[in-house]
Design a protein. Structure first.
Ligand code: PMP
Length: 440
């Protein structure tokens, strides 16, 4: 027996002990049922989304039609819409699905220009730039804004696209405790006092990055307090409004409007079109100088094919509906509805004894499960009863902080919500995840 056999013997033994046993545990739900061979525990291939918007979508597996409590379709625009759809179809005929060109090489249609003007106006900044993907907006823009010699101070629970953008920028990165302005101030004070390590010169630039609504926590950013700290130390602010733009605020203008922050106090506003607007892509809104700089330097603008014209048209139309520029008050109704639906659903879950994270008005509500083996059991039982929920596990959350994440839409009717609550309540008892005392 040579050294190779010796090595293999130990590797195999190690693998069995360290890898196989725990994995076998994770492959069973808390009722001891296998999950690897049971597609009924997870979302399957979707055949189609129904016209009744967020309420139902069709799966190929045994459960054919489900109430969808997992989509980011906050305002119900991810469905045929009387105002948006005819315009999107017209833009498809006029411009086709793709420009097959970058913005600077003939891919700049009138629609792209119109959308950038409209987004800037909507969020209250002088200018905007749009990209084909929300994820890329963060991961490509952050490196175009800051680099070596700069410092990024990032909330500890910021989205992966922000983390990747920060890492790719070459700037130094410090993380502050989630949504904690006091800790942000401590980090800033320490960093400004110490300057750049080794050369002991001040940072060229400091950028603080937060989110409007945290997508795994359902929590609103403490933006007024964070802005106050940033102003005090004269550093730049970057707010990712992926989940808040269009979904909260009296006229859908996101976390600034809801919390009474003047948009001029935020240097860079980022958002995506994949949630409230039912489309695809992302934007940055900022001063004319910053947007001009990005248009001339950001590789994702210069080298990538421009946003698909029908996707652009979808956002233009959705914003018009939100602002009432379609001649109806559907936008205002949708905004009032999502607030009412979210607050109703959250308070009913709490009354039943679920531990629900997040703030009032937020349409994102994670239900804590804490036990990875309960995740497939919860998901499977909900799907069996025709309710689709998204479950979030490691590495998106720490291993023991796994959760089911409910996303509420303006297009959920009261019957939908009551049905969802009934099923989640029953499954919650079955799986044993009502950790808090039940209200009388
Ligand atoms: N930022 C945040 C906070 C997100 O949650 C997401 C994705 N859900 C993104 C950016 C990326 O957006 P998109 O899915 O539109 O690419």
């Amino acid at each position: 027996e040579g050294p190779e056999d010796f090595y293999q013997f130990y590797v195999r033994r190690f693998a069995r002990r360290i890898l196989v046993r725990p994995v076998a545990g994770v492959l069973q739900d808390c009722f001891g049922r296998p999950i690897a061979s049971a597609p009924d525990a997870w979302f399957d291939v979707v055949e189609r989304y129904s016209n009744d918007s967020n309420k139902t979508f069709h799966r190929t597996a045994r459960t054919s039609k489900c109430l969808n409590l997992g989509s980011y379709n906050y305002l119900g625009f991810s469905a045929a819409d009387e105002y948006c759809t005819p315009r999107v179809l017209h833009s498809l005929k006029k411009y086709s699905a793709s420009t097959c060109s970058a913005r600077v090489d003939g891919g700049n249609t009138k629609l792209h220009v119109e959308l950038e003007e409209q987004v800037a106006r909507f969020v209250g900044k002088p200018a905007a730039i749009v990209f084909g993907m929300g994820y890329v907006t963060n991961s490509a823009i952050i490196p175009a804004l800051i680099g070596k010699g700069g410092l990024i101070i990032s909330d500890s629970l910021n989205h992966n696209s922000i983390v990747n953008g920060a890492r790719g920028s070459g700037a130094s990165i410090q993380v502050f405790q989630h949504n904690n302005p006091k800790h942000l101030e401590d980090v800033l004070r320490e960093q400004i006092a110490s300057g750049r390590p080794r050369i002991n010169r001040p940072w060229k630039k400091i950028l603080v990055i937060v989110e409007g609504i945290y997508s795994m926590e359902g929590e609103l950013c403490k933006l007024p307090e964070i802005i106050a700290v940033c102003k005090k130390y004269k550093v730049y602010t970057y707010v990712d409004e992926a989940h808040s733009i269009g979904a909260i605020g009296k006229t859908g203008r996101g976390v600034c409007e809801l919390l009474g922050v003047d948009p001029t106090d935020v240097d860079i506003m980022m958002g995506t079109f994949t949630k409230s607007f039912g489309s695809y892509g992302g934007y940055i809104a900022a001063s004319k100088e910053i947007i001009c700089h990005l248009k001339h330097t950001c590789p994702a603008h210069i080298y990538a094919t421009s946003m698909s014209p029908p996707a652009v048209q979808q956002v233009i139309s959705a914003i018009k509906v939100i602002l009432g520029e379609d001649g109806s008050n559907r936008g205002a109704k949708k905004l009032a509805q999502i607030r009412e639906n979210s607050n109703f659903f959250r308070s009913e879950l709490q009354k039943m004894g679920f531990e629900v994270l997040g703030d009032n008005d937020s349409p994102v509500m994670p239900i804590m499960l804490y036990n990875p083996a309960k995740i497939p059991a919860f998901s499977r039982e909900c799907l069996r009863q025709h309710v689709a929920v998204v479950v979030v596990v490691f590495p998106a959350t720490p291993l023991l902080l796994c959760r089911a994440r409910i996303c509420i839409s303006a297009s959920h009717s009261r019957e939908d919500l009551v049905k969802g609550l009934e099923v989640i309540g029953k499954v919650g008892d079955l799986v044993g995840i009502k950790y808090l005392p039940v209200e009388a």
